[in-house]
Design a binder for this molecule. Structure first.
Ligand code: G3H
Length: 530
């Protein structure tokens, strides 16, 4: 879609480019005068289609990557650093300071989200607000965690003061589809638990971190947050090879996660917090409410153009209702409105990866060649930065769209006769995040649910798959995840139980009493944080 400038609402026009010319290490926003990378949007600002230049970021090299690593290691300082030894309430205060400043950047970040990744206005605002809520909820959850630990236990004649301590230095890498929210669901719990962090923004959705650089700088002690820009391979490889990373926190692709882990020379030192790809199926049973099912499958497969790890990426429909479902579904897909992110009712938006339309076209061609058809009239219509969602039927396991995580606008539908067919595919699949089941007869649903919970980690009944609400566990089996994220679980994933033990005798008890009354230790504390 091309646009003359006057058609783009004034508040969303790119009037000046964002030149991010610094990176954050050792508490300093260090100026960078080396090579830079221009950032383009696939959205055009001119009547004749041309990508829009949004700004630039530093293209840092190995030297700066290792500088960020040293900064993070120095801030952790072998467990003696100011941040990992700080009182819980003081770390919370830093986080409150950060989130208060972040809130003032909403407009800038939302605008960049729309231009950089093509997310529509409402969803971009939701991504920002959801992230602020996540930070506030994390603060509350940490207070509760601290309250639960503010005590001594006694077993077998030994007193114990048990808390959760940080793991060390975290390398944090987020995805382009939720460059703010998902990255922060790693970064924020990692930080608040006392770890120090090196953060490299995603390949797309990078300029939107610019407005937050100063907030990071002035909210946390030096070296606690380090932000570097450049290619993942150039920066992350030497950092991992150093063997000094304690946690790899990544939301993205399992291949990158594997490659990064392989670079680390001390495997048992490295903890993993990974949210990876998925191929979540919908299973439509003969007694499904088809109108509800169609609506859920539309939002499940095509919100944000299908670029969600939780998207429904394959739809299994029972052969007895396949024709009826297909007709309704295909007709509804064709009513979806393709527009620029700020336009009213923008349900489908430009694809941020310039190569994505070609890739989706390849998947279409492959499945056509192997016997599927496009069953919606507009399916596969190409424009400069978009390809209209193609609904493919009947799809089978030999087709690429069945095997690959499409992460874009194409919906494969697979007919089935026996429920064992989708169950077999799910068991064989390398993925295991979520499933959506549509139906109502409990004598069918009950055994199905009992099996599905063992193949994935969330069974959605008559609704599409999703990550939220963020208080619920977000995880997956096999190549879909490692560790569990949720407001509550993330605090655990980024920490380890560690405690002080002392035999019950007068000598030790006097020491413990003195520690408590003087409050000399930040770890030993029975204070209740309000
Ligand atoms: O990309 C995967 C996200 O975790 C999906 O989150 O279900 O809230 O869109 P969502």
């Amino acid at each position: 879609m091309s646009h003359t400038k006057h058609k783009i609402p004034s508040e969303f026009q790119i009037k000046s480019k964002v030149s991010q010319s610094t990176y954050l290490v050792s508490g300093l926003l260090k100026p960078w005068s080396g090579r830079t990378t221009k950032i383009f949007s696939t959205i055009s600002s001119t009547p004749k289609y041309a990508p829009t230049e949004l700004g630039s970021v530093p293209d840092l090299g190995e030297e700066q990557a290792l500088e960020a690593l040293s900064s993070a290691c120095d801030a952790f300082d072998k467990g003696q650093g100011k941040w990992p030894t700080m009182k819980v309430i003081e770390r919370i205060n830093c986080m409150v300071k950060f989130v208060e400043q972040m809130k003032t950047k909403r407009e800038e970040v939302v605008k960049l989200l729309m231009w950089e990744i093509g997310k529509n206005l409402a969803d971009s605002q939701k991504e920002f607000d959801r992230t602020v809520d996540y930070i506030n909820d994390t603060i509350e959850a940490y207070k509760q965690l601290d309250r639960n630990s503010a005590k001594f236990e006694k077993q077998g004649g030994i007193y114990a003061h048990i808390r959760r301590g940080p793991l060390g230095v975290v390398l944090c890498l987020g995805p382009y589809n939720y460059p703010l929210n998902e990255t922060f669901t790693l970064l924020i719990p990692a930080l608040i638990m006392g770890n120090t962090v090196i953060f490299k923004p995603a390949k797309l959705g990078v300029l939107l971190i610019s407005p937050l650089m100063q907030c990071f700088q002035n909210s946390f002690p030096k070296g606690v947050v380090n932000v570097i820009f450049g290619r993942g391979r150039t920066l992350a490889t030497p950092i991992m090879k150093s063997g000094r990373i304690d946690v790899l926190a990544l939301i993205g692709n399992s291949k990158s996660a594997n490659a990064l882990q392989d670079n680390h020379p001390r495997k048992n030192r490295l903890r993993l917090v990974l949210g990876l790809e998925a191929k979540n199926p919908a299973i439509i049973l003969p007694d499904a409410d088809l109108d509800l099912t169609v609506d859920e499958c539309i939002s499940g497969s095509l919100s944000f153009n299908g670029q969600r790890c939780t998207a429904l990426k394959v739809i299994y429909v029972h052969e007895s209702v396949a024709q009826q479902f297909n007709e309704k579904f295909a007709a509804k897909v064709d009513t979806l409105n393709f527009a620029n992110p700020w336009d009213k009712n923008a349900q489908l938006t430009p694809l941020p990866e310039p190569s994505k339309p070609t890739y989706i076209q390849e998947l279409i061609d492959d499945s056509l060649k192997k016997g599927a058809k496009i069953i919606n009239a507009k399916g596969g219509e190409l424009s400069d930065n978009f390809i209209f969602p193609a609904v493919m039927y009947p799809v089978n396991e030999n087709m690429r769209v069945f095997q690959e995580e499409q992460f874009g606008p194409i919906v494969p539908i697979v007919p089935f006769k026996y429920i064992e067919e989708p169950l077999h595919d799910m068991a064989e699949s390398n993925y295991g995040q979520q499933v959506s089941v549509f139906g109502k007869d409990i004598s069918t649903l009950a055994p199905l649910i009992d099996t599905l919970v063992n193949l994935v980690c969330r069974v959605n009944l008559n609704s599409s798959c999703q990550r939220g609400p963020d208080v619920y566990p977000f995880t997956g089996r096999k190549d879909s995840a490692f560790s569990t994220l949720s407001v509550h679980d993330a605090l655990r994933s980024f920490s380890i139980r560690t405690f002080v033990a002392s035999k019950d005798n007068d000598f030790n008890n006097k020491i413990l009493n003195d520690l408590m009354t003087t409050k000399a230790s930040n770890f030993i504390s029975t204070d209740y944080i309000l």
